[in-house]
Ligand binder design. Structure first.
Ligand code: HEC
Ligand code: HEC
Ligand code: HEC
Ligand code: HEC
Length: 160
């Protein structure tokens, strides 16, 4: 064969060899070892262990209510019963098993509540079922928790 025919062929073969070599180096050794039945073999075995070792951040309302029975019962009986404690108080993994048991934050900002209760001014999916307030009109400059108990949803005594 003529040289000018062979030369592109060598280039193409060199390219294929390069890709195969790169694949050999880059693809982890435990990739695709489980067999065809597992995610079409497109899976890295070590990933399972990585997720098992991933630290959990949230504990769930049931755990919180074991110690905070008062808040647990109040919340469950209120319209907020579908909300997890940690939705408002943040993740509680290290609480209270730390030197300082009071590590849970209490966020009293209006923003915490407005996340769900701000009137968006337009119909927005499931949000339409949550009573909305206009923050500028509804007792602006005062914490929501100054008047509303966030767990029972009752108005506080001095407000009624
Ligand atoms: C093993 C018992 C226990 C569990 C479980 C627990 N807590 Fe606590 N929590 C405590 C203790 C003890 C305190 C400190 C004393 C206090 O203020 O009641 C505390 C304090 C708090 C405070 C601060 C109270 C304040 O007045 O400053 C909040 C908020 C709180 N916990 C929320 C939670 C949430 C949310 C969960 C679930 C993720 C949770 N706790 C799980 C025992 C527990
Ligand atoms: C809708 C948001 C929200 C949810 C859900 C919520 N909290 Fe609270 N929590 C607050 C706010 C805001 C305060 C501060 C109340 C205040 O200043 O009167 C508070 C206060 C507390 C306190 C301090 C004592 C008290 O009662 O004021 C504890 C303890 C607590 N929450 C635990 C819990 C636990 C346990 C759950 C779940 C069963 C929970 N909270 C669910 C917003 C929430
Ligand atoms: C994660 C979303 C969410 C957050 C955050 C939240 N709420 Fe709610 N709120 C709801 C839902 C859902 C209801 C129940 C609506 C229903 O009755 O079906 C509700 C109901 C209420 C009601 C009763 C209204 C009525 O007409 O009966 C009050 C008051 C209220 N929330 C105040 C607060 C306050 C104060 C905060 C902040 C501490 C807060 N909410 C944070 C979702 C939220
Ligand atoms: C000064 C006290 C006060 C403050 C602060 C306050 N509220 Fe209210 N809120 C009330 C009273 C009183 C009512 C019942 C009468 C009414 O509808 O105005 C009410 C009613 C509501 C309702 C029911 C509205 C409806 O249509 O059923 C929601 C939801 C609510 N408040 C959320 C909040 C949120 C969220 C905040 C903070 C951003 C907040 N409130 C701050 C006193 C207060």
């Amino acid at each position: 064969m003529k040289n000018h025919v062979l030369r592109p062929l060598w280039v193409a073969l060199a390219f294929v060899a390069l890709v195969l070599a790169a694949r050999y180096i880059i693809v982890p050794k435990d990739f695709g070892v489980q067999g065809e039945s597992f995610t079409y073999n497109f899976h890295r075995a070590g990933n399972v262990g990585e997720w098992q070792a991933f630290p959990v951040k949230y504990r769930g309302t049931e755990v919180c209510a074991e110690c905070h029975a008062e808040q647990g019962e109040a919340l469950a009986a209120s319209g907020h019963g579908i909300i997890q404690c940690e939705n408002c108080h943040g993740p509680g993994t290290d609480h209270p098993e730390t030197e300082n048991p009071q590590t849970m934050t209490i966020d009293r900002s209006r923003a915490l509540c407005l996340r769900c209760h701000a009137d968006l001014g337009y119909p927005a999916g499931g949000r339409i079922n949550i009573p909305a307030i206009d923050s500028g009109e509804h007792h602006a400059d005062k914490e929501c928790a100054a008047c509303h108990n966030p767990h029972t949803l009752d108005l506080k005594e001095d407000v009624q």
